[in-house]
Design a protein around this ligand. Sequence first.
Ligand code: GLN
Ligand code: ZN
Length: 758
Amino acid sequence: MVKSSVLGYPRIGADREWKKALEAFWSGKLEESAFHSQLQEIRLNHLRKQQEKGIDFISVNDFSYYDHVLDTATMFGIVPQRFAYEGGVVPLSLYYGIARGTKDATASEMTKWFNTNYHYIVPELDGAVPTVTENRPLIAYREAKEKLGIEGKPVILGPLTFLKLSKGYDVSETDAWLERLLPLYVQVLQELALEGVEWVQIDEPILVTKLREADLERVKTIYSTFATSVPKLNIMLQTYFESVENYSDIVALPVKGIGLDFVHGLSGNIASIKELGFPAEKVLGAGVIDGRGIWKASLREKLSLLQVLTRLVTADQLIVQSSCSLLHVPVTVQHEAKLLPELKGALAFADEKLDELVLLAKGISFGEAEIADELEQCESAIQALKQSGERNRNDIQQAVAAIRVQEPKRNRPFVERHLAQQNKWQLPLFPTTTIGSFPQSAEVRKARQQWRKGEWNNEQYADYIREQIDIWIKLQEEIGLDVLVHGEFERTDMVEFFGEKLAGFAFTQYGWVQSYGSRCVKPPIIFGDVAFEEAMTVEETKYAQSKTTRPVKGMLTGPITIMNWSFVRDDISRELIAYQLAYALRQEVEALEQAGIGMIQVDEPAVREGLPLKEEDQAEYLSWAVKAFRMTTCTVQDTTQIHTHMCYCEFHDMIDSIEAMDADVISIETSRSHGELIHSFEVNTYELGIGLGVYDIHSPRVPRVEEMTSMIDRALHVLDPKLFWINPDCGLKTRGYEETVDSLRNMVEATEIARAKH
Ligand code: GLN
Ligand code: ZN
């Protein structure tokens, strides 16, 4: 019988119980012991669910109190020096201190987990003297066994990936660090072996990226060390998110099983197996169920994929798996009550994926006939969505097919547009502006709630929004900003707002996924052809413009950001989805222009997030991402000024693409890059309008004039003053009223100082 395996299960709970418990504990509303027992209940619940569904290899130690990378670091006593840690088991207060900061020490950096929207805490190695403070996988294993009789499969983040994701050491010290860490891993594994653990899953997603020779040697050292020190323990060396690079070296490692992603790395992994074979003595963890997507799998297609695999390896070498941890998908479709039936029928979140895995294991073991009914149901659900009106908008498909073969291009090159725009707008040197949103006070959020609940009618809500716009237009004039914004008070979220107004989107009630710590996001689902239905932002922007003689910048979210922050359909390419979005947003851009709005910002903070893991795929992605942006913005007049905005941008390796977007002005987050961004302009040129954020908006601190002056001076060393704008790093939505006004006043003062110098 072919077995099924899950690489990890979501932590947050169907109703975000986990999040609620964490936040209650942090705010002091929940005692530590009660907190532990609540989390245990959640954890056991998740294990029980997998047990009841009939999953054979259930992961333990996939659960976390915050983040699994932080868990690995603290298990090894790796705590940043500034926390004055004195050894021993890391207490909860310290654990959360590292993640969230304390009054004396800043939090550790967090960053994106490969190409997902999950963020992990970056381990800081400097100064740490690693030891095993507690064997977390063992504790988790015992718990599952004692409480539920589950023979769990502990999951551990592998040493190479752990080292590669850590900072605070020089590359030349990598081997020294490996020497320190390896014995600790061995200790953990030996204790597991002694306990009678059969399988452990060691996650090494880093193996899907290109490794240098030295790293390849390290992998060999690591796994041969494990093979000699824990010979009886079965290790499943797990990769995901792409196909493995260095396939022949990886499958030759002395481990019992190799886990490969046959969803996101399908073609590469299959090609490698076909070409180079798969060792007969090893088990193949076949990740065929998408751990990141939300769609029901075609069981028929998956079965035939598994059949292909059984011709390459034998059936008893095979384990049917999720492609990665289910951490990246919501918990269950079950409680969704508001989705179109043909959409709901075609969805599979974590729990539904458990069923799929079990069915596939059964189907491949006993033949298709064993699961005939389920196959039938599955295919008809997929067909129903395929045939739905939303997926068959001929008008859209034809329009997009027609524009995608054109080269989207403004009428004139930037240099000429720049002159025309200067003529029209007569902006001063170093124009000042903001990124779009102003503080969303409790009052603003409450107003929206009242309207959503029906306590306020549309007119009352619109009046309220207009009042906010009035207040902020006046304030911006008084502060002395040159290019104003309406403030985005009507928007909760920059993607949701547009998704609710465009055709082709759906919103779940409970489809949350963990983004970082207790923070969860509920991405919209792009399930149909995306279409513009009616103007989305014209009303508020036009109103704001009617209140001032200064230009008001229209504000849209760009196609790539909307796509990267949504769950998207998998029956057409991401490229095509991006063009559909671009075509829809272009109509909004045109509507704004028609309404007399002469500056339009199309935000693209998430371009980088979509960057493929494999270097060789990156250029293609960037090229259609740029094309989608241009498609959105290319039809306006020369005098209409297109702005864009990006955050978290490591600029240096993307500068050509950003320039190719051909936005008249870009504003970009700068202060958190500690000068690196400015430095990148010493080596690269950028010849369009640009505003480097002059202050960090993530903190309530009001920046002093001198700090901003020095930022401006540094930037002007490398950038053309005639093209330079002055703005904060990002939107001000999360800031308070007073600090915002004070900061902007200081920003304008710093601008005046700069103008006087030039
Ligand atoms: N216009 C958006 C805002 O100001 C941009 C947000 C972002 O870059 N994430 O809130
Ligand atoms: Zn931003």
